[in-house]
Write a protein that binds this ligand. Structure first.
Ligand code: SF4
Length: 169
């Protein structure tokens, strides 16, 4: 007769020391708590982006305080400011240089839609050149709005089917 291993059964000595989860949940947990932003500061919104790292707002609470100016070490581009046609190819190139998976936050009216600059020089939204995951309204948005966008992005990443994407990559 086969008997269950008492070391592994319910009420055993190791009960409470085992955590069962899905692979997706584990991967997404790691990703959401270690997003390293690529600060694409292009105009005045970048000042609010800087403020979010200060002690009053403390983006470190979300594990996202490591702002890398190297695209290869960043996975979340924060486009903060007006995207001109002159800068657009640079923004696209830096986005392409970031390793996957990667996400984008369009911070402020200018990055999201061109804002008040309906002019020959301004791209009418950074989503014309790169995919945007979360848009932040405002001119400029307050640092809290950027933190809210970060939490929204974390919520989105938590629902991703990461493991199957890794297998099919
Ligand atoms: S949205 Fe407003 S604050 Fe932000 S870059 Fe445009 S003009 Fe400046």
């Amino acid at each position: 007769m086969v008997t269950a291993n008492p070391e592994l059964t319910y009420n055993s000595k190791i009960e409470g020391d085992i955590v069962v989860t899905r692979v997706d949940a584990a991967i997404n947990w790691v990703r959401t708590n270690s997003m390293w932003p690529m600060p694409m500061g292009l105009a005045c919104c970048a000042i609010e982006l800087m403020a979010v790292a200060a002690s009053r707002f403390d983006i470190a609470r979300f594990g996202a305080e490591v702002m890398r100016f190297s695209p290869r070490q960043a996975d979340c581009m924060i486009v903060a400011g007006t995207v001109t046609y002159k800068m657009a190819p640079v923004v696209r190139r830096i986005y392409d240089q970031m390793a996957s998976p990667k996400w984008v936050i369009a911070m402020g009216a200018c990055a999201s839609s061109g804002g008040m600059y309906r002019s020959y020089a301004t791209l009418q939204g950074v989503d014309r050149i790169i995919p945007v995951d979360v848009y932040v309204s405002g001119c400029p948005p307050r640092p809290e709005a950027l933190l809210d966008a970060l939490m929204k992005l974390q919520g989105k990443v938590k629902k991703e089917r990461s493991f199957s994407k890794l297998l099919s990559a």
